[in-house]
Ligand binder design. Structure first.
Ligand code: DGY
Length: 321
């Protein structure tokens, strides 16, 4: 019997490719950059399964080309690049990689928070540029982390893993979420707040919510206006949850103290983007889950999802059912 065909849009860890090759005919986009749209539209024509990253837009146009497509698997926990309702209408399954990246992403989020509060990248640049002439009483003085109040917006798996880390720093934990999480309130002492109250009370506001129509531009001029001039905004979710123009104004006008950003509206963010010109911004290239072990686990998990969906077994982590 002819093997079902799979297209993988990026070079992923070898073990995940070998795993899929056992049951399927596999083609991989070998270059270390996202597959160009016109090539993806061509490749998708006769495949049964598509293994994608967050860099590919899976929309109506692509689905019009994909006459054999039965399953899509994304090597990510966020899938805002995928039109899930269109997939569902066409009976195409979507699998993803929740859970496996939560701790790694929480580690990075906390590292970004610390780097922003203690001006790590700015201080490093200062030293490398030969500006360090003497120790100074207020040289590169930042904000304290221990004992501060953190406000986590989006108390899912990653939010919970981040909250756990903050307890070692005696931080007060506030959270805002679609649903209250009594077990986290009990276990970690987290307190629920409305969005506005969380913004008013927190020293660190951390965005970890998925991007949905409700969370798009969740933090704009009005919301930034509630934050304290000493507060720090950290975004490790999706860039579009924050109005970047409003954030720029808030940072320039010292309405808030600093921002740590792992994500941007348009990625890769251009080098001349106004936010990247500010000293009180720490910017990273969307590396929340980027540890070697975790990325390998994600690659295998996405492969397992695709295999199960194509072989007619119920996948463990399915977005639509
Ligand atoms: C995800 O999985 O959605 C992250 O943003 C990429 O690691």
């Amino acid at each position: 019997m002819e093997k079902a065909k799979i297209y993988i849009t990026r070079k992923i860890p070898e073990e995940a490719i070998r795993f899929l090759q056992k049951d399927f005919e596999v083609k991989v986009w070998e270059e270390d950059r996202p597959v160009p749209r016109e090539i993806l539209l061509k490749e998708v024509r006769n495949v049964d399964g598509l293994y994608v990253m967050l860099t590919e837009k899976i929309d109506q146009e692509l689905l019009d080309y994909a006459s054999n497509l039965k399953a899509v698997s994304i090597m990510a926990v966020g899938y805002d690049n995928i039109d899930v309702s269109r997939l569902t209408e066409k009976g195409i399954s979507l699998t993803y990689t929740p859970g496996v990246l939560s701790d790694t992403t929480a580690d990075l989020t906390f590292a970004l928070l610390m780097a922003t509060a203690r001006r790590i990248t700015e201080a490093n640049r200062y030293l490398l540029e030969g500006k360090w002439e003497s120790w100074g009483p207020m040289l590169m003085a930042g904000q304290d982390i221990y004992g501060a109040t953190i406000g986590i917006i989006g108390m899912g798996r990653i939010g919970e893993a981040l909250a756990k880390r903050t307890t070692g720093f005696d931080m007060k934990i506030l959270y805002h979420n679609r649903n209250r999480r009594p077990e986290i309130e009990e276990r970690l002492g987290a307190e629920y707040r409305s969005l506005d109250d969380l913004l008013r009370e927190s020293d660190f506001v951390v965005l970890l919510t998925p991007l949905t129509p409700e969370t798009r531009n969740l933090i704009g001029e009005r919301e930034l206006g509630f934050m304290k001039p000493t507060s720090i905004l950290i975004n490790a979710s999706r860039g579009a949850t924050v109005d970047e123009d409003a954030l720029y104004q808030a940072l320039v006008n010292k309405k808030i103290w600093a921002a740590g950003l792992d994500v941007f509206h348009h990625e890769p963010v251009p080098k001349d983007h106004p936010l990247l010109q500010l000293e009180n911004v720490v910017a990273l290239p969307h590396i929340g889950s980027a540890s070697i072990v975790t990325r390998k686990k994600m690659a295998i998990m996405a492969a397992e999802g695709l295999r199960d969906a194509l072989l007619g077994n119920r996948p463990k982590h399915m977005v639509n059912s």
